[in-house]
Design a protein around this ligand. Sequence first.
Ligand code: ASP
Ligand code: MG
Length: 444
Amino acid sequence: MNTLVLKFGGTSVKDASAMQSVFSIINNDKSKIVVSSACSGITDALLSLLSFAADKQTNLMYEKLEFIDNHHRKVIEDLFKTSDIYNQVTARYNELFNELQKYIESIHFLNEKTQKSIDKVVSYGEIFSTTILHYYCISQGLPSIWLDARKFMKTDSNFTAANLQFDLSKSELQHQLIENNFNEIRLAITQGFIGSDSQNTTTTLGRGGSDYSAALIGKMINADEIQIWTDVDGILSADPRIVQDAHTIPQMEFNEVRQLAFFGAKVLHPSTLLPAIEQGIPIKVLNTFNPKNQGTTIVTTIQADSSKLNSVVYLQTKRIDFTLASVDNFAAKSAEILEYFADSKVYFSNIIPEGMSVWVDAKFNPYQVITDANTFQEFTQINLIGITGKNIDNNLIDLINKLLIHKDASIIFISNRKNLVIIEQIGDKDIELLQKINDLIKQK
Ligand code: ASP
Ligand code: MG
């Protein structure tokens, strides 16, 4: 069924003008399922609304309700003021909002917050945003189906972090699409993040779950492509706050996205994309507010022998060096050492017979967890610079080496999958070095 899945994040639907941008992106005759988040800030507002209700903070509760109501009413006013369907949208919105208000008042009365009630309350964020978007398409002459994700995203009852039952969900979705005549209308708008269990009680997939919903839906319909629409130009070659003229990476492998996320780059949560990646569905990251930008395409593998540098990431760490008294049992000893770091984020570790080094978060305090102070030495102001790419072969390593001459920096790791090089740099953040690496990426 040549269908696309387009997912819009909270900032993409934050207000009327953002929704208009979304509309111009989806206003074409391509067959598509649109998955949307709540308007940005609304999920958090709903969560505090629920807490105020359960804690009987009555005034604060009504203030939050009003805030949430005003927000959506304003979007509706701005979008539909002059539209024929203004009354229809308002009536539907009122119905939904009253449902929420009644539910919140019952929580207030019961004085109790449960995991189940969290999911029920936060689900309104996505229900409101998708209802508005759906009616907006109709008001602009673009026929649309509003699909209730609770009817097909079937999960277990693990509220706030529910697990999807894939096969069941897939057949329920097919049902919904047929029942609503999707083949003819070719545009369905549905909610990310939410679903329901076997009792049809609302569940959610966990905070930020809309990307995951989109990947799952993409897999269910075997979509040609999944587009993640956000507010940046795809995935950038470097942090634009540090490096001048960081550029959008046109295409990268999933494995690299993982490396980037591991190094703390604020990109997508790679695990949420897995359902689509496993199915070989390409994922595009695009900017709702700059749709002409090509964005970044993420694929399982790029069929190419040539080498390519894609991005540079930077991380401040601390290095803990251990001395191993003898080479005997060095695997067992290093396993013992790693145990000290079980509760901390380890960015890298290096084991050689005479010793072991562990790179951890700069705030890590070794004296709190390592009992024998004689066995280690701590080094602060250690930066890790990761360079990702494809086939980062010796040729490129030479080039990188050139960059590092006269620098307090050295290569400490070259991944055997040829997609990651890690450089250790000692001292203050070396912006010049990062800039040089980004220039090198640009040339390649
Ligand atoms: N609205 C939900 C959240 O803020 C889901 C999402 O945006 O992905 O967590
Ligand atoms: Mg959100």
